[in-house]
Design a binder for this molecule. Structure first.
Ligand SMILES: Cc1cc2nc3c(=O)[nH]c(=O)nc-3n(C[C@H](O)[C@H](O)[C@H](O)COP(=O)(O)OP(=O)(O)OC[C@H]3O[C@@H](n4cnc5c(N)ncnc54)[C@H](O)[C@@H]3O)c2cc1C
Length: 371
């Protein structure tokens, strides 16, 4: 049984946040920075964050040329510009909060690799630059074909390359560890190993295995930032899981490129991490199987990633895959982030999709404006 002392001191908070990914922690920090007196609890099911925030590729990106063109086609110009602006603001809020030197930040730029079927995208550069000038105040994309051979890519598979000097990369693990430490420094309480089973009307229920009983925490406000796993708490919300596979190589002698790289409208992505190469993606090869909450591997996609390294990215280079992992993203129907008011005290922030590292700082501010 819970003691009088525990009931008195451990179970009541101003705000309870479910999930200690980048969005949950950014929201907690945003509240505490604005209202230092608020008592905030973050409940996390894993022994550390266990969703996408510690599993991603560490791109600080706002959308490659082909991804932006695909977004314009599906969402229209205004919606796309607004999304790019949110990502860009979010990137800057993250840097302001944690500082570049504590997140392993390097700005080597970003590149979009175009194969022959997508080559016509370069004819759209001027149009997209003109659209984005209202955000960046300058051109953000330029053709960079000379670097295809300089970087050692297979020119038979990469017809054109589009460069963006503003895109950067971080050390994902270092960033999340710094964010956790910063949240703790602000006085935010984080409880790990606490899987929330229910959340509504100012109450959050967690199974306390050591006591063999359910514990109910009470909060004036509850914010659910459980990404794809929100469905397990609120099944009525339309968020679908999307698994991402990632591989990393050994250190490669005289690796010829630095930067973040997008391919096939962002379905594939790779970057250098020092002298290693991190490559992920391929979900488009098996959408049905990849709509999964399961962290296991899809061998067909892993094979495809390896063949991309062999034939396109590192042709003729000796390398080894030293590690691999998967992470689970959350996708809304229109692929846009969404903040849903569930009841008078509960909000669910849904799905930063594949760009939550960029978006979370911005979405956190939107959440706090609603509390
Ligand atoms: C392979 C991969 C590569 C990616 N690459 C990039 C990239 O380069 N750049 C980029 O901007 N974005 C990238 N993303 C997307 C980005 O990682 C996510 O959008 C972002 O991390 C989402 O953050 P979040 O806090 O909303 O969710 P998550 O990080 O998923 O956090 C949700 C948290 O809630 C916890 N939780 C879930 N259910 C419960 C419960 N019932 N009770 C308690 N806790 C619970 C989970 O354990 C988890 O820690 C990538 C994602 C993946 C998977």
């Amino acid at each position: 049984m819970i003691s009088f002392w525990e009931k008195n001191s451990f179970l009541h908070y101003d705000v309870i946040i479910v999930g200690s990914g980048i969005l949950g922690l950014s929201t907690a920090c945003e509240i505490k920075e604005k209202f230092p007196g608020k008592d905030i609890l973050v409940l996390e099911r894993g022994i550390f964050p266990t969703g996408a925030s510690t599993k991603n590729a560490g791109f600080l990106c706002f959308g490659s040329l082909t991804e932006i063109l695909a977004d314009i086609k599906s969402k229209g110009e205004q919606e796309t510009i607004s999304l790019v602006e949110k990502r860009w603001k979010g990137i800057n809020y993250l840097k302001e909060r944690l500082s570049e030197n504590r997140i392993g930040y390097h700005c080597y730029g970003g590149y979009d690799l175009l194969d022959t079927p997508r080559s016509s995208a370069i004819r759209e550069i001027d149009r997209v630059n003109a659209l984005l000038r209202q955000i960046f105040d300058k051109d953000v994309f330029e053709v960079s074909d000379s670097r295809i051979s300089e970087f050692g890519f297979n020119a038979e598979l990469v017809s054109h390359m589009v460069y963006s000097p503003l895109e950067a990369q971080i050390d994902t693990g270092e960033m999340m560890k710094t964010l956790i430490k910063y949240a703790q420094f602000l006085g935010i309480q984080i409880i790990n190993g606490a899987e929330v089973k229910e959340a509504a009307e100012g109450k959050v229920t967690v199974w306390h295995s050591a006591m063999d009983e359910s514990i109910v925490f009470k909060g004036e406000r509850i914010v659910i930032c459980a990404n794809a796993f929100v469905n397990k708490i609120l099944p009525e919300l339309a968020v679908k899981p999307g698994r991402g596979q990632v591989i990393i190589t050994n250190e490669i002698e005289e690796l010829k490129f630095k930067g973040i790289f997008h391919y096939n409208e962002g379905y594939y992505y790779f970057r250098n991490f020092g002298d290693r190469v991190i490559l992920g993606g391929g979900r488009n090869l098996d959408f049905t199987k990849e709509e999964s909450y399961d962290f296991s591997y899809n061998d067909m996609i892993l094979e495809d990633l390896k063949s991309k390294l062999d034939t396109m990215i590192l042709p003729g280079v000796n390398y080894k895959i030293t590690d691999k992992w998967t992470g689970i993203m959350g996708f809304t129907e229109n692929k846009l982030p969404e903040i849903k008011v569930i009841d008078g005290s509960t909000i669910a922030a849904l799905s930063c999709n594949g760009m939550g590292i960029a978006l979370s700082g911005y979405i956190a501010r939107e959440i706090v404006s609603l509390l």
